[in-house]
Design a protein around this ligand. Structure first.
Ligand SMILES: C[C@H](CCC(=O)NCCS(=O)(=O)O)[C@H]1CC[C@H]2[C@@H]3CC[C@@H]4C[C@H](O)CC[C@]4(C)[C@H]3C[C@H](O)[C@]12C
Length: 335
């Protein structure tokens, strides 16, 4: 399970939690503008927008989980197991949707984030490109089979969700700017209807005439907000938290608030048993400042916010720039 969210103050922020029972081995990877992408079906791309994000680096290839580009576009992949379906790599796509002759570009699932972030400056650009691509099931390697994912793509003006399913590719506008896992996005949105009575203000007593009931505690307007770790519940909880969030617009206040928004769906070890003795936890939480190109993160044992700034690197390079994730926490002693 994972949760992604966007947040806007003076700048635009984009990030996610990555919840799992083990790490694939992640690094913060900066792909500079002249790194050569050899896309499996569409060939070489020699210059493109620079990208920073969390990736498993295989050989020198950045398999991004979540990333932003230098134009301020963000994108993250979240598990969508049982619903994700990609076209077969050898499918003849030239007659899709009745538009014979206009072949779609095939993009392998693992290269979807690099492909979009290399080429698109905005969600509007991405939407246009999405009409003309086919996500295919070409695996990166036999050791890294195709992951079943769906994606959130956002800039400061717009947010969308992309779900490739057995009945084709769906692109949804995302008015709440959050994403978790199953079920498909329209169901997640529909579930919010059940919570339309929630409020950040104290509720009126509308229970029944003649029944005296008191607001004996603060926060009773949110009573009924789900607290469990299922993806539907996390969707509702993080949407409520994010939509009602308030903070100063300074960098420190915005970043701090962002980690609190995703903190509302943090997974503590022990609460979600996936197999005997194995527990899913929030391995890391990220927060990108999309305007400044900064990747902030915390990990399960390191709640100190750590940052990598893409603009402190030479973005005209050709080689991938890599930083290990600092997973060890330090306690700041005051005496
Ligand atoms: C495991 C993670 C999702 C966590 C999650 O949601 N856990 C809930 C389980 S549950 O669904 O709720 O039961 C996902 C999110 C992003 C993924 C990588 C994307 C790049 C690359 C794509 C390649 O094709 C395969 C390898 C690859 C490195 C991927 C490995 C893995 O798949 C990653 C880390």
């Amino acid at each position: 399970m994972c949760t992604a969210a966007v947040y806007k103050t003076k700048d635009f922020y984009f990030g996610r939690t990555l919840d799992y029972e083990f790490s694939y081995g992640d690094e913060i990877a900066v792909t500079p503008r002249n790194y050569v992408f050899n896309f499996r079906h569409s060939g070489k791309l020699e210059n493109h927008y620079a990208i920073i994000g969390m990736a498993h680096v295989a050989g020198d290839y950045p398999l991004y989980y979540d990333a932003i580009n230098e134009k301020g576009l963000g994108m993250a992949g979240l598990n969508f197991v049982g619903n994700a379906a990609y076209a077969a790599a050898d499918e003849n796509s030239s007659c899709e949707n009745g538009t014979c002759g206009i072949a779609k570009t095939k993009v392998a699932q693992f290269e979807f984030i690099p492909w979009i972030l290399s080429l698109c400056a905005t969600v509007a650009d991405a939407k246009e490109k999405l009409n003309r691509i086919l996500l295919v099931d070409t695996p990166f390697s036999s050791q890294l089979p195709v992951a079943q994912l769906h994606w959130i793509i956002a800039d400061k003006n717009e947010c969308i969700v992309v779900e490739s399913m057995a009945d084709g590719m769906h692109v949804y506008d995302n008015p709440v700017g959050v994403l978790t896992n199953n079920p498909p996005f329209p169901y997640q949105m529909a579930a919010l209807n059940n919570y339309r009575g929630l409020s950040t203000k104290q509720p009126e007593n509308t229970f029944a005439p003649g029944v005296e009931l008191s607001a004996y505690s603060r926060g009773m307007g949110g009573l009924g907000l789900p607290g469990d770790l299922s993806s539907q519940s996390r969707f509702v909880r993080v949407a409520f938290t994010k939509q009602n969030s308030k903070s100063d617009d300074s960098e420190n206040a915005s970043v701090s608030q962002f980690f609190h928004i995703l903190g509302s769906v943090d997974q503590q070890r022990g609460l979600c048993e996936v197999t005997e003795g194995k527990y899913e936890i929030t391995l890391y939480t990220s927060c990108c400042n999309c305007d400044k190109g900064i990747y902030y993160y915390t990990t399960y044992d390191n709640s100190q916010i750590t940052a990598v700034d893409m603009n402190r690197e030479n973005l005209d390079e050709k080689l991938l720039i890599r930083y290990p994730v600092i997973t060890e926490g330090k306690i700041c002693w005051q005496n």
